[in-house]
Design a binder for this molecule. Structure first.
Ligand SMILES: [Zn+2]
Length: 466
């Protein structure tokens, strides 16, 4: 009788996820994140905010959580897969290194993800661990499993879902994804991919739960919406002789390259990359380029701070040490020797192309940063979704504008429902990657709206046997 179990290890709890799929003699670990849960924030144990990282939980703590699950009678081989480079999926570098080096677990990821993990925490990737690179669509055999990575659209490069053939049937680990990012063909591609998986009559799909409460009536919009908004912002800035400072998550390296191309097309070549966007851009180049061909060499990312009229920088989450944070908090700059100091003034338009991540206190931190930028005389453009945050404040800020400067990298419930109902059609859904209440919300929606599909709850720290 085959034996298959799923365990929520949750290194860093639900938002710093990790799970184990175990057969009789072999097991897979998927992801190893380190973003803290709401509870971790409330309990005040977090050294938030740690430079550049949103809510870091100590890795000793993560390791303590993981340890009980590592050894198990009969399991003789474990292999580790990372879906993509975001911190909540791959951020626990030291734990990964321990697993790889001390226990000899192989780690598999895309080349880009490996580059990002390698530059984080100042480790050289080869020193961190030996990474085995995914080749999209190429299956690999491991113990009782056969694993095929499939590339999907998300707000960073090289995000993968995993098709895992097990003795009990196909199980799909479907982490963060959207149907489309840059063109209509991506919807067709994603539908074909998911429909193809559906033909294998999967036993279960493990889905993310974070965005279940964003119902949506359409698929998550394309990133081209953002590029168009920036076209308007850059054109207006040029006409008025203003400088534009764009901020978003640096891992959104496709957005960085789109905006660099836009600036190039507009003949506005005095561009400068700073902070995290620059680091990720360099990681992407090291991993084989940005897919821009000859254009890549023509893009300017090194205009001097004095002459640059379009900067792409870090700080959209008010991270201490980020370019925006240092620009508004001169006191921190005095004690910091890292990077360059950017002074903001009346000639500047700062664009916040992100939504505050949903952890307690984060909205206030970001809104306070915006207030400080406005106080320094700059104009600020924020996503239209922020109107809700400003419902009591907006009239006080004449220099604050709303525009479509952000789209999510996560699929709406509309898209997730369509995935489950029409394309993948699994026997069971396993809500995962989210707080316990978010997992329950997805479970409830599946029960109410998808009567043909069962729900298996993989609660925090629990094991389910399939
Ligand atoms: Zn992600």
């Amino acid at each position: 009788m085959p034996n298959l179990s799923l365990t929520d290890i949750g290194g860093g709890k639900s938002n710093g996820l990790m799970f184990r799929m175990a057969g009789s003699t072999s097991a897979l670990l998927v992801d190893c994140g380190r973003t803290a849960s709401e509870q971790d924030f409330r309990s005040g144990v977090l050294p938030f905010p740690d430079p550049g990282i949103l809510g870091v939980i100590s890795e000793a703590n993560i390791y303590a959580r993981i340890k009980p699950y590592l050894g198990r009678t009969g399991i003789t081989a474990i292999r580790h897969y990372i879906s993509h480079c975001h911190l909540d999926h791959s951020g626990s570098d030291r734990v990964l290194r321990y697993l790889a080096r001390e226990l000899g677990y192989e780690t598999w990821s895309s080349l880009f993800t490996a580059e990002v993990m390698g530059t984080r925490d100042y480790y050289d990737v080869d020193e961190l661990f030996e990474v085995h690179y995914y080749e999209g669509e190429v299956p690999s055999e491991f113990g009782e499993f056969r694993i095929t990575p499939h590339q999907v659209c998300h707000s960073t490069a090289c995000a993968f879902i995993l098709e895992i053939e097990t003795p009990m049937g196909v199980i799909i680990s479907m982490m963060d994804f959207t149907f489309q990012r840059y063109d209509d063909k991506q919807v067709v591609y994603t539908e074909r991919l998911l429909g193809g998986l559906g033909q294998k009559k999967p036993l279960a799909v493990i889905v993310e739960s974070i965005y279940a409460d964003r119902p949506g009536e359409t698929l998550t919009p394309q990133e081209t919406v953002v590029t168009e908004a920036y076209h308007g912002i850059l054109a207006e800035a040029e006409a008025r002789g203003r400088r534009v400072i764009a901020t978003f998550f640096g891992s959104n390296v496709n957005r960085t390259s789109e905006l660099l191309c836009l600036a190039h097309d507009m003949g506005q070549k005095r561009t400068r990359l700073l902070g995290a966007p620059r680091q990720y851009y360099e990681d992407a180049k090291a991993a084989g380029g940005l897919g821009l061909g000859a254009l890549e060499r023509k893009l300017n990312i090194d205009a001097s701070l004095e002459e640059a009229d379009f900067l792409i920088a870090s700080g959209c989450q008010a991270e201490p040490g980020s370019v925006l944070d240092r620009a508004v908090n001169a006191d921190r700059i005095l004690s910091s020797s890292r990077g360059s100091y950017l002074a903001l003034g009346e000639e500047d338009t700062v664009v916040m192309s992100a939504i505050p991540i949903p952890i307690p206190g984060q909205e206030d931190r970001v809104l306070n940063l915006v207030e400080k930028i406005l106080e320094q005389g700059a104009e600020v453009v924020v996503p239209t979704e922020w109107r809700e945050l400003y419902r009591h404040r907006v009239l006080q800020y004449p220099r604050l504008r709303f525009d479509r400067v952000h789209v999510s990298g996560h699929e709406s419930w509309y898209g997730l429902k369509r995935t489950l109902e029409e394309l993948v059609k699994p026997k069971y859904v396993i809500p995962y990657h989210g707080e316990q209440w978010q997992r329950e919300r997805v479970a409830q929606k599946v029960v109410q709206e998808l009567p043909g599909i069962g729900v298996l709850m993989l609660n925090e720290g629990a094991t389910i046997t399939l």
